[in-house]
Ligand binder design. Sequence first.
Ligand code: GLN
Length: 485
Amino acid sequence: MDMNTMTIAKAHTALKAKEISATELVQSCIDRIENVDGVLNAVIHKSFDSALEQAKNIDQGGEFNSPLTGIPYLTKDNYNEKGVPTTACSNVLRDKVYIPPFSSTTNERLSAAGAISIGKSNTDEFTMGGSTETSCYGVTKNPWDTTRVAGGSSGGSAAGVAADECLFALGTDTGGSIRQPAAFCNCTGLRPTYGRTSRYGVMSMASSLDTIGPLCKSVEDLAIVMETISGHDPMDGTTSKNDVPQYSKALTGDIKGMKIGLPKEYFIDGMDAEVEQSVRDAVKVLEEQGAIVKEISLPHTKYATPCYYVLCPCEVSSNMARYDGIRFGHTVNGAKDLVDYYHQVRTDGFGDEVKRRIMIGTYALSAGYFDAYYRQAQKVRTLIKKDFDDAFANVDIIISPVTPGPAFTIGAYEGDPVAMYLEDIFLDSQVMAGIPALSVPCGCTKDNLPLGLQMMGPQWGEEAILRAGDAYEKATEWSGRKASL
Ligand code: GLN
């Protein structure tokens, strides 16, 4: 077995038994990146020398106490890593390469456990998008069909995991950016409860929606990474002081009697037949394992995506203000005055999607429109959250498709941003409610394109969805499937 194809759990066992070394494991991922990334474009910065150096030190120490010691991973390019060029795949930071003087809490926690960051993965510019097509480094290709997108915004992370360029990868999910690419590429991905993982050191897109989470090769691996990265961080005031459960212990395989809700609003006329079938088949698998699946209603579902696309740009317009070409990033010469300088820096530095959101957000937050858009959307957000509160009074978890269809063709939505936004249709209500949701492979289309099953839990309910996801994964063959590259 090629080492780079291993799950974290398998690799840890092999490392501990000294069947493999951390250096060999890191080298196997490096070799894989060198072989396939010319086609995929998942990795936009390589940290190979420092990764091999760290692996050597770990091998000399010989201790593999944490399940993550010696495990190579990719870091999405919106995470700051000390001394490593970090651009959020935007020309505004790329042109005069930004090298952060500090690391995100998540990277720090992973390093403390001995995990090894081997490079930065591609993302839509400042994570705005669902395809990595807005990245200044160009699109990431889907390992299953390179004429298609890997999804986004964590498309580089998902393609990297699916193509075995790493053992796991870090992503961020503001409006689906972990779950959607995971589904498109056949990996597992978890958006944690808002406040479970620290956002410190990760470039903000929409601060009340952004979450930090892993993309992995199995649900068990999601649990392993979550145990290390979760928990209170004094540097992020929105992180919870709740204890972090031992997520791996939740994976008992026993879902007998678990109550699962199937929301009728997610099954609409005209939906993709293969997507619907894959979820209906998953229901059968879960029922065979003793779960009780029943139809439920989440009546405000249809407002989630419109609501997201008001609130998200509002927060984007405020968060992007810091990229002014003075404190860091792109600079220009020959500006007439300060205002002209800002204008030129931002005109050159930002791509169309970022500019579009800055304009929509600035408009929606302006004095005359604030009540009509921002305040109204916040009220609707409360109703969406209440839908989930009501539903979780009767069920333990909720399941649905992740995406309306499989990975789409590169360029399919060019010039039609609203059609692209609608790709998020199943992914925004969880964001409005701040609840956790995971994506686990659940099938493939007749063209051999992966499909994902979404499992949503109540706030702090990661254990329930990880247990159900793991039980489902072990009862099916979907997760183990690999693209031939
Ligand atoms: N497709 C969503 C958007 O464009 C997802 C973004 C995200 O989760 N970072 O906003």
